[in-house]
Design a protein around this ligand. Structure first.
Ligand code: ATP
Ligand code: LTN
Length: 327
């Protein structure tokens, strides 16, 4: 059975980058895989979080999974901290990973750059991420381009553990979408669209009002030519907008290029905004229906129970292989 595990950190408000690289992929894949989608709250706290915000955002991510179309009857949806096995296998993975390997992680370098002090958990983060994936014996992990290096490390750790002790873990494959895996900022196509950017016009949030979505996309940088062409080397800003259009419309980049051939950017940007609004408004409505409902709590409780059952089996297997006394 093919199985996926993936998650979106509750570390900020979800934007259309996370939608393209992750959420939208999760929804598409749920029919072909047994799915575990979780809210990695233990990962979010590797950088300081305001308690009220962490609480709200953790619920938000879970609600967005459901609002975007993940069926909780088929997929297991849960919050990471509700399944203690993550922390336990995370610690075990820390004993298997080398300091030098962790030092090479670009996400750590980016997030610690210019900071006076960072938590040690930010450094060991990839060990916990490996545990998340390996606990569920996931065969595949859908992620955006930026997570590729962490996935490589997970594969290395699984192989190392299997050969050092006994074959315990499935070696997972990353699934990185060809379209939407790296959506860039609307203000600067050389930087990943990120909620940590202080310029609010650089991203579209999943909860932005239609008026804000239209305004932000109208202001998105383009270039001095006037041709809607998908060419990342020479036209990164326009290519980024075409890619957003493709994610939200389900059309190919070629179809979009052909439609706007010989036209300027005005009409293209207006249509892009409508395509995004059309997709996000129903998601926002469903999000509002469930965010404060008992249904969400029930789904998360049941999800944690289902996830724990699977996780516990792998954890005991790993501990036994290492020589822990287990009964
Ligand atoms: P931060 O911006 O705070 O570093 P993040 O958005 O990268 O966080 P998550 O919210 O956990 O972190 O990301 C969830 C998923 O969305 C990951 O698989 C990540 O690769 C993907 N993702 C995030 N931003 C983008 C983006 N701009 N384009 C495509 N995929 C993205
Ligand atoms: N590191 C990821 C979030 C994350 C994750 C995972 C994704 C934590 N554990 C397991 C896939 C599978 C990020 O920063 N986006």
């Amino acid at each position: 059975m093919k199985r996926i595990l993936s998650g979106i950190k509750p570390s900020g408000e979800l934007n259309i980058g996370g939608y393209g690289g992750a959420l939208h992929q999760f929804v598409k894949m749920q029919h072909d895989f047994e799915c575990f989608f979780f809210v990695p709250d233990l990962h979010a706290i590797t950088v300081p979080q305001d308690p009220k915000e962490l609480f709200q955002r953790s619920k938000d991510i879970a609600a967005f999974y459901i609002a975007a179309g993940i069926d909780p009857k088929k997929a297991t949806i849960f919050i990471q901290s509700h399944v203690p096995a993550h922390v336990e296998l995370g610690w075990i993975m820390e004993t298997q990973v080398h300091f030098g390997e962790l030092s090479r992680m670009t996400q750590f370098k980016e997030k610690s750059d210019g900071k006076d002090s960072v938590s040690s958990a930010l450094f060991t983060y990839p060990a916990l991420m490996a545990a998340d994936i390996l606990l569920y014996q996931a065969t595949h992990v859908p992620v955006g381009e930026d997570q590729k290096q962490h996935l490589e490390m997970t594969r290395d750790l699984a192989a190392r553990f299997n050969s050092r002790f006994e074959k315990t873990f499935v070696i997972p494959e990353p699934i990185i979408p060809t379209i939407g895996s790296r959506i860039m900022g609307l203000d600067d196509p050389t930087k990943k669209m990120s909620k940590s950017n202080p310029n609010k016009n650089s991203y579209v949030l999943l909860l932005d009002s239609p008026a804000d979505i239209r305004k932000k996309l109208a202001r998105a940088v383009t270039d001095s030519e006037m041709s809607v062409r998908y060419d990342w080397d020479n036209k990164p800003a326009v290519s980024n907008l075409i890619e957003i259009y493709a994610v939200f419309s389900g059309e190919s980049t070629e179809t979009i290029e052909r439609r706007y051939e010989g036209q300027g950017y005005g009409g293209f940007k207006k249509d892009l905004a409508e395509v995004v609004v059309e997709k996000l408004v129903p998601i926002q409505e469903r999000y509002r229906d469930i965010i404060d409902s008992d249904v969400l709590i029930r789904i998360l409780k049941e999800g944690a129970m289902r996830a724990s059952e699977t996780a516990q089996i792998t954890l005991v297997q790993a501990k036994r292989a290492m020589g822990f006394v287990t009964f």
